[in-house]
Design a protein around this ligand. Structure first.
Ligand SMILES: C[S@@+](CC[C@H](N)C(=O)[O-])C[C@H]1O[C@@H](n2cnc3c(N)ncnc32)[C@H](O)[C@@H]1O
Length: 236
């Protein structure tokens, strides 16, 4: 496996069963929906994954743009949402075709850990121009420095307990520990951040950021941030 995008493009052991996947995506979609300021808004979900519950968000906004780098993920999105006019599915390479200031709410959830720090800074710079003045960027699921895989495992078990899939969650942890995932994680690494690093990154692209009290989704050991554009994008 040469990249995380390749990992996400293939079948992977992250979701322990269909119920886990369904509850995960439902939780993310309802958290995004709660952040929506208005029904006339355009929302862009970058690195959206399969976004099983994207319909919940699309029902509350004018347009939902789903963006993912993995072609197989985009194919699944197209099969599920291709007929829904309010949902547009794009590859990251398509983003230059979107107008400056055309997005009201931009969500980048559970993506930063799979991207190097220089590439993530470039990505945020490129995404920031899409935000309209007053628009908000939500960065979620940021791994804090020192976060141990054991904390993630505990969060999965708690989610499994609440969601009625505790036994599959336990089995999934064992399977993941024995699968290629551990080796891939060691080889490719995951990117971790200090809170101040993310605030500085967002400040550099002209956004006024704060850490949110809650992360989106179930794993509260990870960080989330909201960043608002109060001005025009900084000059190149
Ligand atoms: C952990 S999943 C997150 C999915 C969804 N945002 C969520 O929170 O459930 C990571 C997703 O990010 C996508 N991804 C990873 N790196 C990316 C990049 N550089 N550009 C766009 N998508 C990327 C992967 O293909 C994968 O679908």
């Amino acid at each position: 496996m040469r990249s995380w995008i390749e990992f996400w493009n293939a079948d992977n052991p992250i979701y322990v069963n269909d119920r886990h996947k369904l509850l995960h995506y439902r939780g993310i979609a309802s958290d995004i929906r709660d952040l929506l300021p208005g029904e006339d808004d355009t929302v862009l979900d970058f690195g959206c994954g399969e976004a099983l519950s994207a319909g919940l968000v699309a029902a509350r906004c004018r347009k939902l743009i789903l963006v993912d780098a993995a072609p197989n993920v985009r194919d699944k999105l197209a099969a599920r949402f291709g007929e829904i006019r309010a949902i547009q599915i794009l590859a990251p390479e398509d983003l230059p075709g979107l107008a400056d200031g055309s997005v009201d709410l931009l969500v980048v959830h559970s993506v930063a850990q799979y991207v190097s720090k220089p590439d993530f800074a470039t990505l945020i710079h490129d995404l920031a121009r899409l935000l309209r003045p007053g628009g908000t960027l939500i960065l979620g699921d940021i791994l804090p420095v020192g976060l141990s895989p054991l904390v993630d495992a505990r969060a999965l078990l708690a989610f499994g307990w609440q969601g009625g899939f505790l036994i599959p969650a336990l089995a999934g942890l064992v399977k993941t520990a024995l699968s290629d995932y551990r080796r891939i994680r060691q080889e490719l690494g995951l990117t971790h951040y200090e809170e101040a690093e993310i605030l500085a990154l967002l400040d550099k692209v002209g956004l006024t950021a704060r850490r949110l009290e809650r992360n989106l989704g179930h794993n509260q050991a990870r960080m989330a941030f909201a960043a608002v554009r109060f001005s025009e994008p900084p000059a190149e």
